[in-house]
Design a binder for this molecule. Structure first.
Ligand code: URA
Length: 238
């Protein structure tokens, strides 16, 4: 059993203090009956309504994972491969926000908050996603410009991106290139480089917005703190 105000706050509809206010102001029903005392306790089978709307009782959780190679970005796999959800010890129904390829590593957000997931994935919200690619060959100034202004992949021009060469290696004829995009089309980064004649040999996502991989080794994850969650919400609601 948990205190009613705590359950309401965990559902994300109000802060703990606001939840208390809602309760004493007769705005909360438990199993169809108004409950206006702050000591009330509820369990997971109780139906709770706030202002006539049923609350979702599952606490919202947010994780950032450093995805290893050879793990599939999905909640289940019919071929029995390990999924990103298998890596996180949490019984809630969490799922990945967007997709990283089987052989792509790096930053992935997982959550059970469908609203935030959808907002983060929508290209109109222009959330920066920073990738680092090891590619074959060296980019010419013209190819750089094409990548930045938009290349046609699957018949559609990509939006503007930021591109920076971090390193070139003449001996192996490869380059390390940073690219920041806002969209999340299937295999987007690989296809963008392919469109200008370079193969992506390795790909890692280093950042999404202000979130990075600091302190997280491959396969490790951590919970986002409330400040990080509200900053993400602020980015997508601006
Ligand atoms: N672009 C790709 O090509 N692959 C990924 O995994 C992510 C972005």
């Amino acid at each position: 059993m948990e205190r009613l105000q705590k359950v309401i706050a965990n559902s994300g509809v109000a802060s703990r203090r606001k939840a208390e206010e809602l309760i004493v102001n007769n705005k909360v029903k438990v199993n169809g009956n108004i409950v206006n005392t702050l000591g009330a306790k509820v369990d997971k089978n109780d139906q709770i309504e706030v202002n006539g709307v049923a609350i979702s009782k599952e606490e919202k959780v947010y994780y950032v994972l450093n995805k290893p190679r050879e793990v599939i970005t999905s909640v289940a796999d019919d071929k029995g491969r390990k999924t990103v959800v298998d890596l996180i010890k949490d019984d809630k129904r969490i799922y990945p926000v967007g997709r990283l390829d089987y052989d792509t590593t790096g930053l992935l957000i997982l959550t059970n908050d469908g609203d935030l997931a959808n907002l983060l994935m929508h290209p109109k919200n222009e959330i920066d996603k920073c990738y680092v690619a090891k590619i074959s060959g060296m980019l010419s100034p013209k190819e750089m410009m094409t990548l930045k202004t938009g290349v046609i992949i699957d018949g559609v021009k990509t939006r503007k991106s930021r591109v920076k060469v971090r390193k070139t290696d003449k001996e192996s004829n490869t380059s390390i290139v940073e690219i920041v995009i806002h969209e999340g089309k299937n295999h987007q980064v690989k296809k963008m480089f392919e469109a200008v004649g370079h193969e992506v040999l390795k790909l890692k996502r280093e950042k999404i917005a202000f979130l990075d991989l600091k302190g997280l080794k491959s396969g490790e994850y951590r919970k986002l703190n409330p400040k990080e969650v509200s900053t993400l919400y602020a980015l997508v609601r601006k």
